[in-house]
Design a protein around this ligand. Structure first.
Ligand code: NCD
Length: 353
């Protein structure tokens, strides 16, 4: 049996490849360390103005706090766009995703945001958890926290769940949607997209169209937009938006056609069939006819009108495909901004002890 490698041309070639790979690995590692150090120095400490450990909603946040998140998100967005996918400011931290409702965009972008900040992420599966054996959500969360988790990202169908966890855990809590109540990071990414397009939020007229009654996105948008000085119009059938909403300082309109020419941004909210007890309109065709955004309506709107939607969209119901994929739509930009907004939110909250 041959025990010693002979210096044949093949073996010499292999040795060269291994050596050069080793050199490349070390050089990359050194470069990464330098990047990490400079990036960490560059980012510095969380600004004094940020005092919150959790993000439960936009109600009660000041204009300064919202602007601070948006400005941080822009910095993360710029880094991500340059192709740097890691800014390891939360290296060594662990986040757990507790999602009790379906999600594509919100969950993936929270996971990406945490990983791009260098944190570990654990996914909790409701189907296989002990909740099915009768454990309360607080017990479940406390047991997960006992495994030295730093943050909980929670989505639940019951309003107030995020607040309940924040009151009972030591961990940071980030609300990823609590029933129809609030969805702060969705509103932040909507507002970030609006600010990118217009360079401001104050003075703009934003219409939230559709299923206001069941939409957490609508509530968070109202708080965020009004705090930053925008005018908000809620538009939809009277079964989905009551005049009582005017008490929040917004306008209510039952006709989309009547508001088309004075709106800067249309945020087209999904009809939340899964939350409705009774169907709020006779047919989806009738809804699309009265409240769907199509090219005919778009032609009557302001030339620089912006179309956004939190997603998922029901093509042909809230918006026609040509408008959803058209020049004035920023639906995919919103999704990109979602990662940056969630990075800003996690960083600000988790660095505040
Ligand atoms: C929103 C939600 O879950 O509330 N979507 C999202 O987070 N991407 C809006 C919706 O589901 O219609």
């Amino acid at each position: 049996m041959q025990t010693k490698l002979e210096r044949t041309p093949d073996v010499c070639c292999l040795a060269f490849v291994i050596q050069s790979r080793f050199f490349w690995y070390n050089a990359t590692k050194r470069h990464h360390c330098i990047m990490t150090e400079t990036q960490t120095q560059h980012w510095g400490n969380v600004p004094e103005a940020w005092t919150r450990r959790h993000l439960l909603g936009l109600e009660g946040l000041s204009a300064e706090e919202i602007t601070l998140i948006l400005d941080q998100a822009e910095r993360f967005h710029a880094i991500l766009m340059q192709g740097d996918r890691k800014v390891p400011l939360l290296a060594g931290k662990t986040c757990v995703c507790l999602f009790f409702e379906n999600s594509t965009r919100t969950k993936i972008s929270f996971v990406l945001a945490a990983r791009r900040l260098g944190a570990d992420v654990v996914d909790f599966s409701t189907a296989t958890s002990s909740l099915g054996k009768g454990e309360t959500i607080i017990d479940t969360a406390k047991n997960i926290e006992a495994m030295q988790v730093d943050a909980v990202i929670i989505r639940h169908s019951c309003p107030g769940t995020a607040k309940l966890l924040a009151e009972n855990l030591q961990s940071h809590v980030f609300n990823a949607g609590d029933g129809p109540h609030e969805h702060p990071t969705q509103a932040l990414l909507d507002i970030m997209t609006i600010r990118q397009r217009f360079g401001r939020v104050a003075g703009l007229t934003v219409a939230l169209v559709g299923d206001i009654a069941h939409s957490r996105t609508a509530r968070s948008n109202i708080w965020g937009l009004k705090t930053l000085g925008a005018k908000v119009i809620l538009c939809g059938p009277s079964t989905l938006v009551s005049k009582n909403w005017e008490k929040l300082g917004v306008e209510v309109s039952y006709s989309l056609d009547n508001i088309l020419d004075r709106v800067d941004v249309f945020n087209l909210l999904r009809i939340q069939f899964e939350r409705q007890v009774v169907r709020p309109f006779p047919s989806t065709r009738e809804y699309a006819h009265l409240y769907g955004m199509d090219s005919v309506r778009l032609a009557k709107a302001k030339p620089d009108v912006l179309i956004i939607a939190p997603g998922p969209i029901n093509r042909g119901l809230e918006v026609t495909p040509d408008v959803a994929d058209g020049r004035q739509s920023a639906i995919l930009e919103q999704v990109t901004n979602g990662v940056a907004v969630r990075m800003a939110t996690l960083w600000l909250g988790m660095r505040k002890t």
